[in-house]
Design a protein around this ligand. Structure first.
Ligand code: N01
Length: 527
């Protein structure tokens, strides 16, 4: 059994113990909704603060043309809500958003969500042993509430990173970020500049290229993108029938996606110190993958040497997340598409000027420039014991947590999709978040069942895990000196990604170990 299971009470808590216990969840995205479902099943009082007007998080906010998932969604979905009716193997954004909404509705958790409210601060009261939380409403007014435990389910990729380009603010046409797509802007026949060629940009450009007049793509560095025929396929009715009706087939299908989407090739992402071609690849397997990817690029761009040069990355495959080729390379050959890789010098009222001094006149600028991933939990003010502030603890770009979940001096505070839990080497982020949810539920169970008011990870356990994570990252492809990415901080430490195989992380988080935590006796009643 690989799916995280619902955590059951070991001894049924008294109504009194449950009445005195409340959890505040920040965010109603994929993870927040799942946690709320588990809290409801356990009978634990909870409230979810959500800044948007709907559930869905990333799948609510990102509505750019072409949006979809690049992890097979029969696995990129809840283990407790297996869906045999996905229309695509790689679902589009609206289908995933619908799935999250449906699960929120079916499980009756919408009533616990306070929409269009944002957590401003959470401050631990070490006498009352509760979190005091300040929340801002959409109209700007604020109110205070409190909870015994706070769980952040805001993720790593929710605050857009706007590029720091001279003159961008002087541009007179519409300019917006990929995660804030302005659907009131009609792209038909327009001259569009797109900055950034990561996972978002690679989906946007093929979707808009047939519509726009001209598309100028400003690429800072190319990414690797792999062809997968299933990416374009719909799930046939026959396949759906098999998924629904053949005993265990659905679970088996999910399991093989789990296993093949990361765990089978994790070892092949290790740098061979004796490998002769270390600037381009890591080892013999990686060199073979590189060769296949290079051949694919060449074929797709009709062997155009200039496009091959521009589109081929100079780092080993898997150094950054392997993207899906959704006809990106073919799109580059269109007569109305220009790929500019000299860099951007500045922006003027009606044009982007590249570093070669060429003026690209455009009507619209799209920024597919990613997220402020290293400023985790920003801009919230999270203050634990003795005035410890999480932003100060983590500095500008060094977030750390035990198992990516708990931090010393921050009692009863848990993070889902926290430091070192991003998956760049494949696998489903939903699986990871379920591992974290199970762990958190076990931690909460520990509090309710023992009557302790607070738990806090011991510094020894925390540092021991940091050492393990750093050691596990050493020698892996994303630590390769030739790879610059948002996975690393300015000192080169990988802070975003998990170094583990999925099955390793599942095992690490399977059992909440009370010995790793200091407990403070209660009781405490939230206001
Ligand atoms: O962001 P990114 P994203 N000037 O940071 C470039 C998930 N996701 O939104 O490569 C010029 O990856 C930057 O250049 P470089 C997924 O986890 C999943 O695309 O750093 N360019 C890069 O090309 C993913 O990893 C899906 O040199 C600038 C791009 O902008 C994560 O979200 C779909 C620049 C940013 O790429 C983030 O993906 C979408 C500047 N100043 C997202 N600053 C699917 O599952 C940045 N860039 C399909």
């Amino acid at each position: 059994e690989i799916d995280p299971k619902t955590v059951k009470w070991r001894k049924e808590p008294s109504a009194e113990a449950l009445a005195d216990f409340k959890v505040l969840v920040i965010g109603a995205g994929f993870s927040g909704v799942a946690l709320a479902i588990k809290l409801k099943q356990a009978g634990i009082d909870h409230v979810i603060i959500e800044k948007n007007e709907e559930v869905g998080g990333t799948w609510y906010e990102n509505t750019y043309p072409g949006i979809g998932v690049d992890t097979a969604n029969h696995f990129y979905s809840y283990s407790f809500a297996i869906n045999d009716d996905w229309n695509h193997f790689f679902a589009k954004g609206d289908e995933i958003e619908g799935y999250i909404k449906r699960n929120a509705e079916l499980n009756g958790i919408r009533g616990a969500i306070r929409f269009q409210e944002e957590v401003v601060s959470a401050i631990w009261d070490d006498e009352a042993l509760i979190w005091n939380v300040e929340v801002r409403r959409a109209d700007g007014s604020t109110y205070s509430t409190s909870a015994n435990a706070v769980v952040s389910a805001v993720g790593q990729l929710n605050r857009p990173q706007m590029p720091d380009i001279a003159g961008l603010d002087t541009f007179e046409g519409p300019a917006f970020h990929s995660a804030r797509w302005d659907h009131s802007v009609d792209l038909a026949g327009k001259r569009v500049a797109m900055i950034g060629t990561g996972a978002s940009g690679m989906q946007i450009a093929p979707a808009i290229a047939p519509v726009v007049g001209n598309l100028a793509i400003f690429q800072r560095s190319p990414h690797w993108a792999m062809h997968n025929p299933l990416y374009f396929e719909k799930v046939t009715d026959d396949k759906k029938w098999v998924l629904r009706n053949i005993p265990f087939y659905s679970k088996w299908f999910r399991f093989q996606l789990f296993w093949s989407s990361s765990d089978t090739f994790h070892d092949k992402l290790r740098i061979d110190p004796d490998w002769h071609d270390s600037a381009r690849s890591l080892n013999a397997d990686n060199a073979l993958v590189r060769k296949q990817l290079e051949e694919h690029i060449a074929r797709e761009v009709n062997y155009d040497p200039e496009l091959i040069r521009k589109a081929t990355p100079d780092f080993p495959p898997y150094g950054k997340r392997m993207l899906r080729d959704n006809h990106w390379y073919r799109m580059l050959t269109r007569p109305n598409v220009d790929l500019i890789d000299s860099g951007i010098d500045h922006v003027e009222a009606d044009a982007v000027i590249d570093k070669d001094g060429v003026r690209h006149e455009v009507d619209i600028i799209v920024m597919a420039t990613g997220f402020q991933a290293r400023r985790l939990l920003w801009p919230m003010h999270i203050e634990g014991r003795n005035g410890a502030v999480i932003r100060e603890r983590w500095g500008e770009d060094d977030p750390r947590a035990h198992l990516g979940i708990t931090v010393p001096d921050f009692p009863n505070f848990f993070v889902i999709y926290g430091p070192n839990t991003n998956l760049a080497h494949g696998g489903s982020a939903v699986f990871h978040s379920e591992c974290q949810i199970r762990y958190i539920m076990q931690g909460l169970r520990e509090l309710v069942e023992t009557g302790n008011a607070a738990l806090e990870v011991k510094p020894e356990a925390f540092w021991d895990y940091q050492d393990k994570v750093d050691a596990a990252h050493r020698g892996m492809v994303w630590s390769h000196p030739g790879v610059t990415s948002w996975y690393k901080n300015k000192d080169g430490r990988v802070t975003a990604n998990s170094p583990w195989r999925l099955v390793d992380y599942r095992n690490l988080t399977e059992n909440f170990d009370p010995a790793e935590y200091a407990f403070t006796p209660g009781p405490a009643a939230p206001g």
